[in-house]
Structure formats: structure tokens, C-alpha cells
Design a protein around this ligand. Structure first.
Ligand code: ATP
Ligand code: MG
Length: 206
């Protein structure tokens, strides 16, 4: 076989493989017929949960959709994505609990009160059909520490307007929350530079 014959056999095989793949993709696209808002849980120990949620914020804003963001925990530390939203996205409603990490405050009553107040804002968004996308960043810790009642949270997510999508981030979250979300991604921690002494990097980690 000449070089050009060999190349064309390779191209033919590639084309056949791609055609088969396309058929598979097309049939799964055709099989997905339900059209409504999606609930997504980004969990796991690896890096990428909050940054994924903000990637979806960018996507939604690209279609001029209305976005609401509630950041439980965040607010006490620098956070580039929140600063960007505040400076450049006036249409986005963003609230931060602002008490920092619980091991910094070490006061259960203060944390519970802050969590409940912040949850009130989240609950209002989850009832408001004008929001296309609601981000509940680090919400799972509020459940883990029992600052919020998990049934209340689960009910609010389940009963949100049908066209609204919601993204919850944070490690854990519990089996009840996992069971009701449409999409659950467990971000796996294979390595994090932090454990080798790498300092959190502005623009990458926060
Ligand atoms: P990111 O905001 O970068 O998407 P995340 O939301 O997945 O991270 P969080 O648990 O919210 O992760 O942690 C926020 C900060 O902690 C970020 O600076 C992130 O780089 C860092 N971080 C995330 N995962 C790990 C890990 N496994 N070990 C150490 N630090 C981590
Ligand atoms: Mg996070």
C-alpha cells in the first residue's frame, strides 16, 4: 500500500468512527425531550465547584438571562468572581453571607442567625420566576453544620419555578439533597497544590 492509500484508509476509518459517534450523540439528543430548569449539585473534595457555578453564570448572562447569586460563607475574604459581578454586572443580584468560615467565627448562634437571614434571600429567589438561574454557593456547609433545616432547603429547590435553574455548590450536602438534584457532579481531588505548600493564587483560587 502506498503512503496516500494508507492515509485514505486511515481517513475512511476515522470518518466511519465519527459517523457512528454522531449517530449515538444525535440519538441521545433526540431522546432528551424534557424542557425545564435544571437543578445541579457541584460537590466533592476537588477544586472546581464554585468556579463551575460561575461559568454557568457567564453562560446565562450571555443570553441576557436573569441571575441571582447567594454566597453562603463568602464575603469576608477576597473573591474575584464576586468583585467582577459587582463591578460589571449590575443586572445580577448578589448577596454574601459575609461571616467567613465557621472555624473563624466559632459562634454557633451568630452563624445560625447569619445563615437563616441569608437563606431568606435565597428562598425569595427560589420563589421568583423572573430568575433564570440561581446560584447557592457553599450552601451544603449550612446543612452540614445544621444551621439550616435540610427539608426546608430541599422543598424550596423542588418547588421552585419550573423554568428556573439552580446550582448548589459545596462538599457533602447529604443524601436527601443529592437524591433530588437533576445533575450531581462529584469533583474528585486528585492533587491540590495547596498540600505541597502552594499559596492560594489570586485570580485562580479566589
Ligand atoms: P473553586 O472556587 O476554585 O472552584 P471549590 O469551590 O471547588 O474551588 P472550595 O472548597 O469552595 O472549592 O474551596 C475554595 C478554595 O479552596 C479555593 O481557593 C480552592 O482552590 C481551594 N480548594 C479547593 N479544593 C481544595 C482541596 N482539595 N485542597 C485544598 N484547597 C482546595
Ligand atoms: Mg467553593
Amino acid at each position: 500500500m502506498t503512503d496516500s492509500e494508507q492515509l485514505s484508509a486511515k481517513q475512511k476509518a476515522h470518518k466511519a468512527k465519527m459517523e457512528k459517534h454522531k449517530q449515538k450523540v444525535d440519538s441521545s439528543i433526540a431522546a432528551a425531550k424534557i424542557e425545564r430548569g435544571v437543578s445541579i449539585l457541584m460537590t466533592g473534595n476537588g477544586k472546581g465547584k464554585t468556579s463551575s457555578a460561575f461559568g454557568m453564570v457567564m453562560r446565562a448572562l450571555g443570553y441576557k438571562q436573569k441571575v441571582g447569586i447567594i454566597q453562603f460563607i463568602k464575603g469576608a475574604q477576597d473573591c474575584g468572581e464576586a468583585d467582577f459581578i459587582k463591578a460589571h454586572c449590575p443586572s445580577v443580584d448578589l448577596y454574601q453571607m459575609g461571616t467567613g468560615f465557621t472555624w473563624n467565627t466559632q459562634d454557633m448562634d451568630t452563624d445560625t442567625a447569619a445563615a437563616e437571614k441569608t437563606w431568606g434571600l435565597a428562598e425569595a429567589m427560589l420563589k421568583d420566576p423572573s430568575y433564570d438561574l440561581v446560584i447557592l454557593d457553599e450552601l451544603t456547609y449550612m446543612l452540614g453544620y445544621k444551621y439550616l433545616d435540610k427539608d426546608t432547603v430541599v422543598n424550596a429547590i423542588e418547588n421552585r419555578p419550573s423554568e428556573q435553574s439552580v446550582v448548589v455548590t459545596g462538599r457533602g450536602g447529604g443524601s436527601k439533597l443529592r437524591s433530588i438534584m437533576d445533575t450531581v457532579s462529584d469533583v474528585k481531588d486528585i492533587r491540590h497544590g495547596y498540600r505541597d505548600g502552594l499559596k492560594a493564587r489570586k485570580g485562580v483560587d479566589y
